[in-house]
Design a binder for this molecule. Structure first.
Ligand SMILES: [Mn+2]
Length: 294
């Protein structure tokens, strides 16, 4: 069967479990939006994992909430869907909970649901470290070929040996260099307002990419972050908001807050575009709504 999944650690773990327990003759990596927009051709016999449901597929595994924009599966379908820390968890359960893969599934669960410690962010190891090198948000690029290589290595080597592969090492080095730049820029352009850390990247010509959790290690007093940066040729201001992964005391549902401004997201994180002329006033308003919550 053909496996359709996404190029992150969860997709990689799904692929590893499936190739061990089933006949997988092809793996295709797609973006969730391509499933939702139906721009990717799903074929009969396909197994979809870690992506939204598509009516043409024959088996489906996912752990995300079904939203209004998602295609709904029939009451009975082959596969598993429920809110869980990762899709790999569900694939693992479906294929009989292989005890040799417990560590992979456990670490993928932690990584995919951001149940991370400060050490995991500053000095990641094992699958968590590999996960960061694969994360498209880390901004290292060329993910698909790299994903396939990681899959082949993990089929025959323990993760600590995979981390020693030259290409993986190069990515790790680049990631740490990038994170250092990112930290300097964050410190320079962030201000703490009580429990809210606000980062204004509108003044940075090209904001560096870096680990999205670093802001919470730099501002441990904050339980929520707000970041503004230019979107689409400076046509609007993009605002990203997220609960701290270390201090989970923020009670505001970010997805709901963002939808008040035309955006959206989950309980813990979300984003919204703002009209350029109104951005400053709206950002003050958003920070204010987050500020009263502790
Ligand atoms: Mn996932």
């Amino acid at each position: 069967m053909r496996l359709v999944t996404r190029a992150d650690l969860d997709g990689l773990a799904c692929a590893l479990i499936m190739t061990r327990h089933d006949e997988v003759d092809e793996i295709v990596l797609v973006h969730p939006q391509e499933i939702t927009d139906k721009t990717f051709d799903v074929l009969e016999g396909d197994c979809i994992a870690n992506l939204p449901y598509h009516p043409a597929c024959s088996r489906w595994f996912d752990h995300h909430l079904l939203t209004a924009s998602n295609e709904k599966p029939p009451p009975k379908f082959d596969g598993l869907h429920r809110v869980a820390p990762s899709a790999a968890q569900l694939v693992w359960e479906y294929y009989g909970q292989d005890s040799e893969l417990t560590d992979l599934v456990h670490e993928t669960n932690r990584f995919d649901s951001a149940q991370l410690t400060e050490d995991d962010v500053l000095q990641p190891r094992g699958y968590v470290l590999l996960g960061f090198t694969l994360d498209p948000r880390t901004g290292l690029g060329d993910n698909e070929a790299y994903f396939m290589k990681c899959l082949e290595w993990l089929k025959s080597k323990p993760v600590r040996e995979v981390l020693l592969q030259e290409e993986v090492r190069q990515r790790i080095i680049r990631m740490f260099e990038q994170n250092e730049d990112f930290c300097w820029t964050l410190v320079q352009y962030s201000r703490l307002n009580d429990n809210v850390v606000f980062t204004d990247f509108r003044r940075v010509a090209e904001p560096p990419a870096g680990n999205r959790f670093l802001v919470y290690t730099l501002f441990p007093e904050a339980n929520v972050s707000v970041r503004a940066q230019w979107g689409g040729n400076k046509e609007h201001v993009m605002v990203n908001v997220g609960h701290s992964i270390f201090d989970r005391s923020c009670k505001v549902s970010i997805g709901d807050l963002m939808s008040d401004y035309g955006g959206g997201g989950h309980r813990g994180a979300g984003s919204t575009p703002l009209p350029v002329m109104e951005a400053d006033a709206k950002i003050v308003e958003i920070i204010d709504k987050l500020r009263r919550t502790r």
